[in-house]
Structure formats: C-alpha cells, structure tokens
Design a protein. Structure first.
Ligand SMILES: [Zn+2]
Length: 218
C-alpha cells in the first residue's frame, strides 16, 4: 500500500549516485569497513552541506507552501520495458525519459531516469525518511533530472538538477499486483554488479501499467 509521496530536490542525492562505500548507521554497527552518516562528507563533499536528506518529517512543524501545486505525471500510464539491476546499495529499475513530472513549484519539466527501493528485513524498518519518527517498511524513490541534462552525473552538478519522488509503503493484507514484475525479476538480481552485461545480469519487466498517483503530503 502506498501511503504518501514527498518531493525531494535532491542535491544530496549525489551520495547515492557516487556508488562509494557509504552505509547507514545501522550498518556501521556491524560493519566497520563502510562509511557511516557521520563521515558521509568523506564520500562526497556535498554531504557536508546544509540541505541534507534523509530527514525526519515532523508534521506539527510543517508549514503549508502556497506555491506548491499538484505534481503532474506524464507518460506514467504507458507500459514499458526496463532493466533491473542490483547496484550494491539497492535494486534499481531504469526508466524511459518519456516519463516526466512537472508542477509542484518545479521550475521546469523533469524526466525520469530510474527508480530504486529502500526496504527492511521481513517488513521491518526500511524507509530512508521518517514521519514523526516512524520508519516505514519500504520507500521507493523515482529519480528525475531536468530535461536539459543528459545524464544523472551531469544533473547532480546543478543544485536543482534532480527531483526525486519518494513513496512510503506499509504492509497490507492484499498483494499489490503492479509490483509482480519487479518482485519476480528480483530473483535474477541477488548479486550486486556494475557490469553492463544486460543478458546475464538484467531482467526485463513491465511495470507501472497504471498511474502511480498517490496523495501528496503538501
Ligand atoms: Zn533512494
């Protein structure tokens, strides 16, 4: 079940894109070889900046921004084939650039690049962001870049170059059939790899056959 979506202008997204050996605090406790949040700045200087994520969203402190209009999704009703890969930090599905978002006080249109998931073990805490201290079992990030940019690596150099839609999930008594293609393809992505060998490491799947529209937080 999808709970809510939040738009992140992800200047700090570079820490994910860099692919360096960063990790979460929970992983630092059991694996001292990775770089935890306290030293993420070592992985990327931008992680020492002032606008960081993930964050804990405290709803009683939220202020309504009247400039925010609904996010407009374009192309998200089309079925497409995508490549799924285990990138070592997450499972990632490449998305066609025909998927676009606008609105939400974004200055221009942004095109999709990929989506990836953050999840916990056995339905436990897994989301990156928290709402009032609550961590959700899973969080999906759909990463978009400004139309004028040609790649994610180029877009992260632009402070407003990347826009990420974040979706929180919780367990439900009924399955979400729209995720069957991704779940089935996970069997082929158990090992991380940066290889471009599509045949042996990627699985094609059809997903998002209907819109991913969920209520906006504001
Ligand atoms: Zn993410």
């Amino acid at each position: 079940m999808q709970l809510a979506t939040v738009l992140f202008l992800a200047a700090s997204f570079v820490k994910f894109a860099s692919g360096a050996d960063w990790c979460y605090q929970s992983q630092v406790a059991c694996n001292h070889t990775c770089t935890g949040p306290d030293t993420w700045g070592v992985v990327s200087q931008q992680c020492n900046g002032g606008a960081q994520s993930p964050i804990n969203i405290v709803t009683r402190k939220l202020l309504l921004d009247e400039r925010l209009s609904p996010i407009q999704l374009t192309g998200y009703q089309e079925v497409f084939n995508g490549h799924l890969i285990n990138n070592g930090h997450s499972v990632q599905l490449d998305l066609p650039s025909s998927l676009k978002i606008s609105g939400g006080n974004l200055a221009t249109k942004y095109k999709a690049v990929q989506l990836h998931l953050h999840w916990g073990r056995d339905g436990g805490s897994g989301s990156e962001h928290l709402i009032d201290g609550e961590q959700f079992p899973m969080e999906m990030h759909i990463v978009h870049i400004k139309e004028e940019h040609n790649s994610l690596s180029q877009a992260v150099k632009d402070r407003a170059g990347v826009a990420v839609l974040g979706f929180f999930f919780q367990e439900s008594g009924s399955s979400n059939k729209k995720f069957d293609s991704i779940i089935n393809a996970l069997n082929f992505t158990t090992q991380p790899s940066k290889s471009n060998n599509i045949v042996s490491l990627y699985s094609s799947c059809k997903v998002l056959s209907s819109p991913l529209v969920v209520p906006a937080l504001g």
